[in-house]
Design a binder for this molecule. Sequence first.
Ligand code: CMC
Length: 392
Amino acid sequence: SGMFTYDPGFTSTASCESSITYIDGDKGELLYRGYPIEQLAEKSHYLEVCYLLLNGSLPNKQEMDSFETMVTRHTMVHEQMHYFFRGFRRDAHPMATLVGVVGAMSAFYHDSTDVSDERQREIAAFRLIAKLPTIAAMAYKYSIGQPFVYPRNDLSYAANFLNMCFSVPAETYTVAPELARAMDRIMMLHADHEQNASTSTVRLAGSSGANPFACIAAGIACLWGPAHGGANQACLEMLRQIGSVDRIPEFIARAKDKNDPFRLMGFGHRVYKNFDPRAKVMKQSADEVLDLLGIHNNPTLQVAKELERIALEDEYFVSKKLYPNVDFYSGIILEAMGFPTSMFTPIFALSRTVGWIAQWKEMISDPTGKIGRPRQLYTGSPARDYVPVENR
Ligand code: CMC
């Protein structure tokens, strides 16, 4: 039946009204609450961007201070959660652990699962933003068999995360300010991206009145896929698989071959048909971090640079407007910092949590809000009579 508009992949359907993030894919423009991402990446910091996304305007000094206090008040997780972690296999992918633990937050913090109470919605938001780095770092520490490191509220949001990942009780560890800044920038660049697959998942889950922890867990599950947040891990693994510059043409040829499912990971975007503005900032950041760490002859990086150069000149990629996206460069920075590829998507998830919450809150307070309930075009059998098994 042709009763409904058919729009596979939602390429031309707006699912909501939103005043949070704006993307102009042709211009390569990304704005959070009207502010260009380039300016925020240079002049702002992650928690300020969180405030902006959640509240709609930049905070004054006092507003910023009290926001920061609220976040730091919630950075520790319930001690009982340590036992929950211990139920997982050590070799579990940290994203698998993250989906489980964040989902379980509604069991640990059931006092802030009442969606109808605005105050409780606020607290759930603070808890999620504050605890995601702690949970992601715990997932990492657990996977490498090291003790969990408690959060430190004297450090910035990004430095605290690096400290929880890389410090061990046996040694004094100091986070280099440049690395904390690079991590903070990665977080800002990933903070929101309007109605992408995981954000739409969070909204759809939330439209039924499900609690925010459950909704964010659903978003994390969606983000994991290689076409979405999982692309950062997939991209670095692809660069390693290519291995050396002379093998690039072979992989370019495969990406162009319609009979080969292989795609260049970290290339292409549903909305950006011009350079991904996040990729530009990320590229510069990658150069800075590698310089700082004195990494010059990294083979993965050489492959990345050459691949980018060849693809940007190739007729196939040019005509389809396939440019490097945010995931192309973020992996290079994270690898240089010492993260295993399995931590790339969890870092995306913890950075995007604020965007998911801002979008969830906007949806909850929308007076026209209805449960999300798509229709379908039915292609199955018409009505028919049941046949007993002996007559089939
Ligand atoms: N390598 C080779 N060909 C590609 C690629 C690629 N990375 N991306 C798109 N194409 C081709 C595709 O085969 C299609 O060709 P044709 O029109 O001849 O059938 C055309 O370009 C359009 O692609 P599409 O799949 O219809 O476009 P989409 O908007 O549905 O998909 C995408 C967007 C991001 C899923 C896709 O470009 C892709 O799979 N990229 C690789 C994965 C990736 O890097 N994802 C990260 C996205 S950025 C942020 C995030 O993490 O979410």
